[in-house]
Ligand binder design. Structure first.
Ligand SMILES: NC(=O)c1ccc[n+]([C@@H]2O[C@H](COP(=O)([O-])OP(=O)(O)OC[C@H]3O[C@@H](n4cnc5c(N)ncnc54)[C@H](OP(=O)(O)O)[C@@H]3O)[C@@H](O)[C@H]2O)c1
Length: 338
């Protein structure tokens, strides 16, 4: 820890958006393997409110305990301010972005300065700004690890078997549930990049946005039950999940797959009878994969949609906005003075 200070958002207790406090705190010191990043933009993601509310979506006995105060956040884009002596590959002044220390929930990115493991960073694509780069980290890597390459051997807390992305034959049909959201809009574009025919499921007003991103078909979930109209789908990537997740079995052809991004409840026997593979994973930080995704962001193959920005000091308002939904892509915090 240095004697210099910075502004950051901290939690001193779990609760609603009001527990996000904008405070003066020490600039973090560097451990071996780390880089100090002057943050320009901070992507926000559902795990930020899971941490904030104390993991209310988990059974009480399985909720992890956190040492307060905690700086939330996992995603950052900014400029390298300092590097630990053992770090190769990054230098002061480099523009970088990353998903930090996930899934251990100590990315601490809601701050002006962030100590980042170098292995979790990639060069920011020159063709996109810091706001878009920050918006791409967790959501983009999640879509990448589900659809393109897992990139790690760590077990998921939600399943024993190692997740395997399905090679998509050209013309394979992929249904993306929650397609206008953070993960969904990347999944849609990566599936298109793989040559798939994509059915996007979102709220009605999102149709022009999703068509522009490449959706071949659109289903408005507010008026139609997607599982009742979609048929012979090779892969459903479901970013919504929940207790009725098996409903998509009727849309998937034999030999097809269902990838729950948010954990759902599935009948394993029913899946086996229908010859449907249900498989998911938990995203993990990976700078090398971000660099691969970064090349697609740089040349415009994959776009980062920004549904709104808020100054860091207004993280509370950003969380309140997120809770209302109906957002195209990502919400991002911008950092003053950057
Ligand atoms: N496995 C992992 O490692 C991993 C990684 C990242 C995220 N996640 C999880 O994946 C989920 C999605 O994350 P995200 O960042 O993409 O969230 P997000 O940006 O909030 O996107 C969720 C999307 O789902 C849509 N939606 C909500 N209810 C729906 C319904 N009944 N039918 C169809 N679409 C519906 C929302 O649309 P509206 O705005 O219209 O409600 C929104 O576009 C979260 O639960 C998150 O925790 C898991």
């Amino acid at each position: 820890m240095s004697s210099k200070t910075m502004k950051a958002i901290r939690l001193h207790e779990h609760g609603g958006p009001e527990v996000l406090r904008y405070e003066e705190v020490p600039v973090p010191g560097l451990k071996p393997g780390e880089v100090l990043v002057r943050a320009h933009a901070v992507g926000i993601n559902p795990p930020d409110w899971y941490l904030r509310d104390g993991m209310q979506n988990l059974p009480p006995e399985t909720r992890p305990k956190f040492d307060f105060p905690v700086i939330p956040g996992t995603d950052v884009s900014g400029v390298v301010e300092a590097v630990a002596p053992d770090v190769d590959g990054f230098a002061v002044g480099d523009e970088v972005f990353g998903l930090l220390r996930f899934p251990s929930f100590d990315g601490s990115t809601y701050a002006e300065y962030v100590a980042a493991p170098a292995a979790h960073l990639a060069r920011k694509p020159a063709g996109i700004d810091h706001v878009r780069a920050a918006g791409a980290a967790m959501s983009g890597l999640t879509a990448w690890q589900f659809l393109i390459e897992l990139g790690h051997d760590h077990p998921s807390p939600f399943q024993e078997a190692r997740h395997r992305p399905v090679p998509l034959a050209p013309g394979a049909t992929v249904l993306v549930n929650g397609a206008a959201g953070g993960v969904g809009h990347f999944a849609l574009q990566l599936a298109k990049w793989q040559g798939a025919h994509v059915i996007a499921v979102g709220a009605g007003a999102q149709e022009p946005f999703l068509r522009e991103l490449g959706a071949d078909e659109f289903i408005d979930y507010t008026t139609v039950r997607a599982e009742e109209v979609a048929r012979d789908v090779d892969l459903v990537i479901d970013t919504v999940g929940g207790p009725t997740s098996s409903r998509f079995f009727q849309s998937i052809k034999r030999g097809g797959s269902l990838f729950p991004v948010f954990f759902g409840e599935y009948d394993a026997d029913e899946a086996a009878r229908l010859q449907i593979t249900v498989s998911g994973t938990q995203v993990r930080s990976n700078g090398a994969q971000l660099a691969e995704l970064g090349a697609l962001l740089d040349d415009g193959t994959v776009r980062v949609a920004i549904g709104g920005t808020f100054p860091l000091a207004q993280a509370r308002q950003a969380h309140e906005r997120a809770a209302r939904g109906n957002i195209q892509g990502k919400l991002v915090l911008t950092v003053a003075g950057s």
